[in-house]
Write a protein that binds this ligand. Structure first.
Ligand code: BEZ
Ligand code: FE
Length: 306
Protein backbone atom coordinates (compact mmCIF):
# COMPACT_ATOMS: atom_id res chain seq x y z
CA UNK A 1 0.00 0.00 0.00
CA UNK A 2 1.40 3.41 -0.84
CA UNK A 3 1.04 5.98 1.89
CA UNK A 4 0.63 9.38 0.41
CA UNK A 5 -1.10 12.59 1.15
CA UNK A 6 -4.50 11.66 -0.20
CA UNK A 7 -6.19 15.03 0.34
CA UNK A 8 -9.08 13.05 1.81
CA UNK A 9 -11.85 14.45 3.93
CA UNK A 10 -9.88 15.14 7.13
CA UNK A 11 -9.56 18.85 6.47
CA UNK A 12 -8.59 21.21 9.32
CA UNK A 13 -12.24 22.28 9.57
CA UNK A 14 -13.46 18.68 9.81
CA UNK A 15 -10.89 17.96 12.53
CA UNK A 16 -11.98 21.02 14.54
CA UNK A 17 -15.58 19.80 14.26
CA UNK A 18 -14.65 16.28 15.43
CA UNK A 19 -12.77 17.59 18.47
CA UNK A 20 -15.60 19.97 19.40
CA UNK A 21 -18.09 17.10 19.03
CA UNK A 22 -15.99 14.89 21.32
CA UNK A 23 -16.76 17.26 24.19
CA UNK A 24 -20.47 17.62 23.38
CA UNK A 25 -21.48 15.18 26.12
CA UNK A 26 -19.85 17.21 28.92
CA UNK A 27 -22.58 17.25 31.59
CA UNK A 28 -21.63 20.60 33.18
CA UNK A 29 -23.07 23.41 30.98
CA UNK A 30 -20.37 25.91 31.84
CA UNK A 31 -17.50 23.47 31.28
CA UNK A 32 -19.03 22.39 27.94
CA UNK A 33 -19.20 26.04 26.83
CA UNK A 34 -15.66 26.79 28.03
CA UNK A 35 -14.06 23.75 26.40
CA UNK A 36 -15.84 24.11 23.07
CA UNK A 37 -14.86 27.79 22.87
CA UNK A 38 -11.28 26.88 23.81
CA UNK A 39 -11.11 24.26 21.04
CA UNK A 40 -12.63 26.67 18.50
CA UNK A 41 -10.21 29.51 19.35
CA UNK A 42 -7.07 27.37 19.73
CA UNK A 43 -7.77 25.58 16.45
CA UNK A 44 -8.43 28.97 14.82
CA UNK A 45 -5.09 30.24 16.14
CA UNK A 46 -3.21 27.22 14.80
CA UNK A 47 -4.92 27.46 11.41
CA UNK A 48 -4.03 31.15 11.33
CA UNK A 49 -0.31 30.76 12.00
CA UNK A 50 0.18 27.33 10.33
CA UNK A 51 3.12 26.36 12.57
CA UNK A 52 5.84 24.02 11.38
CA UNK A 53 6.39 20.96 13.58
CA UNK A 54 9.55 22.63 14.91
CA UNK A 55 7.61 25.76 15.88
CA UNK A 56 4.92 23.67 17.56
CA UNK A 57 7.61 21.90 19.61
CA UNK A 58 9.09 25.30 20.52
CA UNK A 59 5.66 26.37 21.79
CA UNK A 60 5.39 23.19 23.89
CA UNK A 61 8.93 23.77 25.23
CA UNK A 62 8.09 27.37 26.13
CA UNK A 63 4.95 26.39 28.06
CA UNK A 64 6.88 23.57 29.76
CA UNK A 65 9.53 26.09 30.88
CA UNK A 66 6.77 28.38 32.20
CA UNK A 67 5.39 25.50 34.28
CA UNK A 68 8.82 24.45 35.50
CA UNK A 69 9.57 27.99 36.69
CA UNK A 70 6.57 27.88 39.05
CA UNK A 71 6.97 27.07 42.73
CA UNK A 72 5.39 28.11 46.02
CA UNK A 73 6.55 31.73 45.64
CA UNK A 74 6.88 32.11 41.86
CA UNK A 75 3.90 31.88 39.53
CA UNK A 76 5.22 32.18 35.98
CA UNK A 77 1.83 31.29 34.43
CA UNK A 78 0.24 34.29 36.17
CA UNK A 79 3.12 36.41 34.90
CA UNK A 80 2.49 35.11 31.37
CA UNK A 81 -1.20 35.90 31.74
CA UNK A 82 -0.21 39.38 32.99
CA UNK A 83 2.12 40.30 30.09
CA UNK A 84 -0.39 38.97 27.55
CA UNK A 85 -3.03 41.26 29.07
CA UNK A 86 -5.24 38.29 29.98
CA UNK A 87 -5.25 39.03 33.73
CA UNK A 88 -6.35 42.56 33.03
CA UNK A 89 -8.97 41.39 30.51
CA UNK A 90 -10.50 39.13 33.16
CA UNK A 91 -10.50 42.01 35.70
CA UNK A 92 -12.06 44.39 33.20
CA UNK A 93 -14.80 41.94 32.18
CA UNK A 94 -15.65 41.31 35.84
CA UNK A 95 -15.77 45.04 36.55
CA UNK A 96 -18.61 45.39 34.02
CA UNK A 97 -21.14 44.07 36.52
CA UNK A 98 -19.86 46.27 39.36
CA UNK A 99 -21.05 49.69 38.19
CA UNK A 100 -20.05 52.56 40.46
CA UNK A 101 -17.39 50.54 42.28
CA UNK A 102 -13.69 51.38 42.29
CA UNK A 103 -11.99 49.78 39.28
CA UNK A 104 -10.11 46.60 40.04
CA UNK A 105 -6.69 45.70 38.74
CA UNK A 106 -4.22 42.79 38.83
CA UNK A 107 -3.28 41.05 42.08
CA UNK A 108 0.31 40.42 40.97
CA UNK A 109 2.68 37.81 42.40
CA UNK A 110 3.91 39.60 45.55
CA UNK A 111 0.87 39.07 47.78
CA UNK A 112 2.29 35.75 48.87
CA UNK A 113 2.82 36.43 52.57
CA UNK A 114 0.28 37.59 55.13
CA UNK A 115 0.41 41.29 55.85
CA UNK A 116 1.11 42.13 59.50
CA UNK A 117 -1.92 43.45 61.34
CA UNK A 118 -1.34 47.17 61.97
CA UNK A 119 -3.15 49.92 63.82
CA UNK A 120 -4.61 52.90 62.00
CA UNK A 121 -1.91 55.55 61.73
CA UNK A 122 0.97 53.06 61.87
CA UNK A 123 3.71 53.13 59.23
CA UNK A 124 4.22 50.17 56.89
CA UNK A 125 7.79 51.42 56.30
CA UNK A 126 9.70 49.53 58.98
CA UNK A 127 13.06 51.01 57.99
CA UNK A 128 12.19 54.69 58.23
CA UNK A 129 13.92 55.43 54.94
CA UNK A 130 12.61 57.81 52.30
CA UNK A 131 10.16 60.69 52.67
CA UNK A 132 7.06 59.66 54.66
CA UNK A 133 3.83 59.63 52.69
CA UNK A 134 0.52 59.79 54.54
CA UNK A 135 -2.24 57.71 52.92
CA UNK A 136 -5.78 58.57 54.01
CA UNK A 137 -8.83 56.83 52.70
CA UNK A 138 -12.34 55.63 53.17
CA UNK A 139 -14.24 52.52 52.21
CA UNK A 140 -17.84 52.99 51.13
CA UNK A 141 -20.66 51.27 49.27
CA UNK A 142 -21.85 52.36 45.81
CA UNK A 143 -24.81 53.96 47.63
CA UNK A 144 -22.33 56.30 49.34
CA UNK A 145 -22.77 54.71 52.76
CA UNK A 146 -19.52 54.25 54.67
CA UNK A 147 -18.57 50.63 55.39
CA UNK A 148 -17.53 50.45 59.05
CA UNK A 149 -14.64 48.19 60.00
CA UNK A 150 -13.83 47.09 56.41
CA UNK A 151 -10.37 45.56 56.16
CA UNK A 152 -7.78 47.06 53.86
CA UNK A 153 -4.75 44.91 53.05
CA UNK A 154 -1.90 46.98 51.66
CA UNK A 155 1.43 45.97 50.09
CA UNK A 156 4.01 47.80 48.04
CA UNK A 157 7.69 47.87 47.09
CA UNK A 158 10.11 50.31 48.66
CA UNK A 159 11.50 53.54 47.22
CA UNK A 160 14.09 51.45 45.30
CA UNK A 161 11.50 49.21 43.65
CA UNK A 162 11.90 46.03 45.74
CA UNK A 163 9.32 44.10 47.78
CA UNK A 164 10.39 42.70 51.16
CA UNK A 165 10.35 39.13 49.77
CA UNK A 166 12.85 40.13 47.07
CA UNK A 167 15.38 41.44 49.59
CA UNK A 168 15.15 39.17 52.64
CA UNK A 169 18.64 40.26 53.75
CA UNK A 170 17.91 43.98 53.50
CA UNK A 171 14.24 44.32 54.42
CA UNK A 172 12.45 42.81 57.43
CA UNK A 173 9.53 40.50 56.55
CA UNK A 174 6.37 42.61 56.47
CA UNK A 175 8.11 45.78 55.36
CA UNK A 176 5.78 47.63 52.99
CA UNK A 177 2.78 45.57 54.13
CA UNK A 178 -0.09 46.14 56.51
CA UNK A 179 -3.55 44.78 57.27
CA UNK A 180 -5.71 47.64 58.54
CA UNK A 181 -9.25 47.72 59.86
CA UNK A 182 -11.15 50.89 59.02
CA UNK A 183 -12.82 52.83 61.83
CA UNK A 184 -16.57 53.02 62.51
CA UNK A 185 -16.94 55.49 59.62
CA UNK A 186 -15.01 53.36 57.12
CA UNK A 187 -11.93 55.57 57.35
CA UNK A 188 -8.33 54.36 57.32
CA UNK A 189 -4.93 56.02 57.33
CA UNK A 190 -1.32 54.94 57.49
CA UNK A 191 2.18 56.10 56.66
CA UNK A 192 4.51 54.72 54.02
CA UNK A 193 7.12 55.89 51.49
CA UNK A 194 6.36 56.62 47.84
CA UNK A 195 6.95 53.33 45.99
CA UNK A 196 9.22 53.33 42.95
CA UNK A 197 8.51 51.92 39.50
CA UNK A 198 10.14 48.49 39.10
CA UNK A 199 10.66 45.63 36.60
CA UNK A 200 8.54 42.48 36.84
CA UNK A 201 10.65 39.30 37.23
CA UNK A 202 12.56 38.68 33.96
CA UNK A 203 14.75 35.71 34.93
CA UNK A 204 12.34 33.17 33.41
CA UNK A 205 10.64 32.34 30.11
CA UNK A 206 8.34 35.37 30.37
CA UNK A 207 11.42 37.64 30.55
CA UNK A 208 12.72 35.85 27.43
CA UNK A 209 9.41 36.54 25.68
CA UNK A 210 9.58 40.24 26.59
CA UNK A 211 13.13 40.61 25.31
CA UNK A 212 12.42 38.64 22.08
CA UNK A 213 9.54 41.03 21.41
CA UNK A 214 11.47 44.21 22.38
CA UNK A 215 9.13 44.94 25.29
CA UNK A 216 10.29 46.54 28.52
CA UNK A 217 9.42 44.86 31.85
CA UNK A 218 8.57 47.95 33.94
CA UNK A 219 5.53 48.79 36.04
CA UNK A 220 4.76 52.31 37.23
CA UNK A 221 4.95 52.94 41.00
CA UNK A 222 1.84 51.77 42.85
CA UNK A 223 0.40 50.70 46.19
CA UNK A 224 -1.63 47.45 46.14
CA UNK A 225 -4.84 47.24 48.14
CA UNK A 226 -7.49 44.59 48.81
CA UNK A 227 -10.61 45.88 50.54
CA UNK A 228 -13.02 43.41 52.11
CA UNK A 229 -16.25 43.61 54.09
CA UNK A 230 -19.13 41.19 54.71
CA UNK A 231 -21.82 41.44 52.05
CA UNK A 232 -19.53 43.17 49.53
CA UNK A 233 -17.48 41.96 46.61
CA UNK A 234 -13.78 41.88 47.47
CA UNK A 235 -11.91 44.64 45.66
CA UNK A 236 -8.31 44.14 44.47
CA UNK A 237 -6.83 47.34 43.19
CA UNK A 238 -3.85 49.74 43.07
CA UNK A 239 -3.23 53.40 43.67
CA UNK A 240 -0.73 54.56 41.06
CA UNK A 241 1.84 57.26 41.82
CA UNK A 242 0.69 60.13 39.59
CA UNK A 243 4.04 61.26 38.18
CA UNK A 244 5.59 57.80 37.84
CA UNK A 245 7.37 56.69 34.67
CA UNK A 246 5.62 53.90 32.72
CA UNK A 247 2.08 55.01 33.55
CA UNK A 248 1.42 54.90 29.81
CA UNK A 249 3.23 51.61 29.11
CA UNK A 250 2.73 49.32 32.14
CA UNK A 251 4.21 45.89 31.25
CA UNK A 252 1.02 44.23 32.54
CA UNK A 253 -1.53 46.76 31.16
CA UNK A 254 -2.94 47.35 34.66
CA UNK A 255 -3.25 51.14 34.66
CA UNK A 256 -6.76 52.58 34.61
CA UNK A 257 -7.01 56.35 34.63
CA UNK A 258 -9.35 56.25 37.62
CA UNK A 259 -6.63 54.56 39.69
CA UNK A 260 -3.97 57.20 39.22
CA UNK A 261 -3.83 58.64 42.71
CA UNK A 262 -4.45 62.06 44.07
CA UNK A 263 -1.12 62.85 45.70
CA UNK A 264 -1.31 66.26 47.33
CA UNK A 265 0.00 68.32 50.25
CA UNK A 266 -1.51 68.09 53.72
CA UNK A 267 -4.08 70.77 54.49
CA UNK A 268 -4.36 72.47 57.88
CA UNK A 269 -7.14 70.04 58.85
CA UNK A 270 -5.11 66.99 57.84
CA UNK A 271 -2.08 68.38 59.61
CA UNK A 272 -4.02 68.63 62.87
CA UNK A 273 -5.87 65.33 62.51
CA UNK A 274 -2.94 63.13 61.46
CA UNK A 275 -0.18 65.04 63.26
CA UNK A 276 1.83 65.81 60.14
CA UNK A 277 3.37 69.05 58.97
CA UNK A 278 1.22 71.25 56.76
CA UNK A 279 2.19 70.68 53.10
CA UNK A 280 3.71 67.25 53.75
CA UNK A 281 2.85 64.62 51.07
CA UNK A 282 -0.53 62.94 51.33
CA UNK A 283 -2.34 60.45 49.07
CA UNK A 284 -6.13 60.43 49.31
CA UNK A 285 -7.96 57.25 48.38
CA UNK A 286 -11.59 56.20 48.12
CA UNK A 287 -12.46 52.53 47.84
CA UNK A 288 -16.01 51.88 46.66
CA UNK A 289 -17.29 48.31 47.00
CA UNK A 290 -20.17 46.74 45.09
CA UNK A 291 -22.59 44.33 46.70
CA UNK A 292 -21.68 40.66 46.65
CA UNK A 293 -23.12 38.88 43.61
CA UNK A 294 -23.73 35.29 42.62
CA UNK A 295 -20.56 33.86 41.11
CA UNK A 296 -20.48 31.16 38.42
CA UNK A 297 -19.93 27.87 40.21
CA UNK A 298 -16.38 26.66 39.51
CA UNK A 299 -16.05 23.90 36.90
CA UNK A 300 -14.01 21.81 39.33
CA UNK A 301 -11.11 21.41 36.87
CA UNK A 302 -8.86 23.67 38.96
CA UNK A 303 -9.02 21.33 41.95
CA UNK A 304 -6.28 18.91 40.92
CA UNK A 305 -4.92 16.39 43.44
CA UNK A 306 -1.17 16.81 43.83
C1 BEZ B 1 2.88 43.64 40.89
O1 BEZ B 1 2.38 44.72 40.79
O2 BEZ B 1 3.29 43.30 41.98
C2 BEZ B 1 2.98 42.77 39.65
C3 BEZ B 1 1.87 42.57 38.87
C4 BEZ B 1 1.97 41.75 37.74
C5 BEZ B 1 3.16 41.15 37.42
C6 BEZ B 1 4.29 41.37 38.21
C7 BEZ B 1 4.20 42.20 39.34
FE1 FE C 1 3.35 45.61 42.51
Amino acid sequence: MTMQNSGDSLTPEVLTGMVTQSFAGTPDDRLRKVISSLVRHLHGFVRDIEPTLVEWQEGIDFLTAVGQKCDAVRQEFVLLSDVLGISMLVETINDLDAPGATDSTVLGPFHMTESPVRRLGESIDMLGSGIPLLVTGSVRAVTGAPIPYATVDVWQCNEDGFYDVQQPDLQPAGNGRGLFTADSQGRFWFFTVTPSHYPIPTDGPVGKLLSATSRHPFRPGHIHMIAQADGFRELTTHIFVPDSPYLDSDAVFAVKKSLVGEFARATEDESARFEVEIESPVARVELVLSPESEAHPATGLGAVDR
